[in-house]
Design a protein around this ligand. Structure first.
Ligand SMILES: Cc1ncc(COP(=O)(O)O)c(C=O)c1O
Length: 448
């Protein structure tokens, strides 16, 4: 621990010394930005202050001190397309001269909804600006449809800033507000059941009362480290939700990393609802939620025309023309089959590099991959529940690894040890990470 503290102090000093302009801006920012950042979680970047960005293209960005970075964070998936992909940029330029937001549909909405149907199977789509809102609206509409007030999520899930999902399972099996849950409107135990991912028995027990409107889940957890579903888990989840009249929503916001149609298409899932946001418009705010034909048929006609704009589902800027132009270009020309065929092998290469570093160092860590996303965790084996993954976390170690990488021109996601490949990422970028990771772990383990 003492050794880690010393290494951390060394890296912090190096960071401050090499980022004078970012430091100056961070000090100025304290005057009119709450706690010195425009979004409070930016305080979480390692080093005491965030680097200020000058410009970003493809898989790289340059900061205001003129340092270039390989970006494996990619806006925590918002920029999985790479920064400023040319087709999206062109569509944005063209569309912004022709109208940005009108509260009227453009033809692009037809193309985008057909394409999402082709990719994810569900066939009746609505649009929002963020994945958070897509999830909120899906929850509202499925509660409305089923007449049930409760939803079920898996322990340590993340689906955006959705009140009902900020609930965790205590060691005593009782549902509680997640630590850090700011001002919950009600005790989440009144809105939400929580079970461990991969725990079919608990799922069955919680659905058996027939009062759960919706199970909302990522098909593999990605926000507490990667937790893969065990064989048979998705079959059981689908069967149990059907038996108990509960709808099933699959949140593909991160798991689109598995391929053009996300985990759903790759593994032939049959959800009632799919939600997605972040990269589908190349970083321009856009999100979607789609219903299966059967769910849409049940929902049709149940929303009064007079109340359609005040029912708690909406947003003036949602479904705007600019977002649709960006989605059409991004889905049509950037996040394509060919792009995934490049991105996934890069993640395999990244994983192999990390694996080699871990094994050379002898540290009891492991690395997991999901499509073009990969992540190392500070435990010897793959977690099978959110709690296992949570318990393998180590905030001090994480801060150190991130700062070590940042000081050597590599950006990882601040919330976990995640790396994402974009269509613009290269093998050389991956190998740079491998070298830096190796240097970090060998030093940490005192090997070599
Ligand atoms: C699986 C998942 N769903 C939804 C969201 C919310 O996305 P946003 O913050 O863009 O609303 C996130 C954000 O990390 C996510 O990981």
């Amino acid at each position: 621990m003492k050794r880690l503290e010393e290494l951390q102090a060394r890296e912090e000093a190096r960071f401050v010394e090499t980022h004078p302009r970012s430091r100056e801006l961070a000090q100025q920012a304290r005057s009119h930005l709450f706690e010195g950042v425009p979004m409070h979680w930016m305080r979480k970047w390692p080093g005491g202050f965030p680097v200020f960005v000058q410009e970003a293209t493809g898989a790289r960005f340059t900061d205001v001190d003129g340092i270039e970075y390989v970006d494996f964070c990619l806006g925590d998936t918002g920029a999985m397309t790479g920064h400023a992909p040319a087709p999206t940029l062109k569509a944005l330029t063209d569309q912004s001269a022709k109208g940005i937001t009108l509260m009227l549909p453009s033809e692009d909405s037809l193309w985008v909804s057909e394409e999402l149907t082709r990719r994810f199977g569900v066939s009746s789509w609505q649009f929002a600006l963020t994945a958070t809102d897509a999830n909120r609206f899906a929850i509202r509409l499925t509660r409305h449809l089923t007449g049930r007030s409760t939803i079920l999520v898996f322990n340590w899930c993340y689906h955006g800033t959705v009140d009902e999902t900020f609930a965790t399972l205590g060691a005593d099996g009782v549902v509680r507000a997640r630590s850090g849950n700011l001002g919950p409107p009600v005790d989440p135990a009144t809105t939400t059941r929580v079970v461990e991912f991969n725990d079919v028995d608990a799922l069955e027990r919680e659905l058996a009362g027939g009062d759960v409107a919706l199970v909302l889940t990522e098909p593999a957890l990605t926000n507490i480290g990667i937790v893969h579903p065990e064989p048979g888990f998705h079959d059981a989840l689908r069967e149990l939700t059907r038996v108990h009249g509960t709808l099933l929503a699959i949140d593909e916001t991160h798991t689109i990393c598995c391929g053009p149609g996300g985990y759903t298409q790759e593994h032939g899932l049959e959800p009632d609802v799919v939600t997605i946001g972040k990269p589908i418009a190349g970083g321009i705010p856009a999100a979607a939620y789609g219903f299966s034909a059967e769910t849409a048929a049940r929902l049709a006609g149940t929303i009064e025309l007079e109340d359609v704009d005040v029912g708690g589902v909406g947003g003036t800027l949602a479904a705007n023309a600019l977002s649709f132009a960006a989605m059409r270009a991004t889905l049509g020309e950037v996040l394509t089959e060919e792009a995934f065929a490049r991105m996934i092998p890069l993640a395999e290469r990244w994983t192999a590099g990390v694996e080699a570093g871990i094994s050379e160092s002898g540290l009891p860590w492991h690395v997991t991959r999901l499509g073009c996303r990969a992540e190392y965790l500070f435990g010897p084996s793959r977690p099978s529940t959110g709690q296992d993954a949570h318990d393998a976390g180590d905030a001090a170690l994480e801060r150190y690894m991130h700062l070590f990488a940042l000081n050597r021109g590599i950006l990882l996601t601040p919330f976990h040890n995640m790396a994402l490949m974009s269509p613009a990422t290269t093998e050389a970028d991956v190998d740079r990470h491998t070298d830096v990771f190796r240097e970090a772990v060998l030093e940490l383990a005192g090997v070599g």
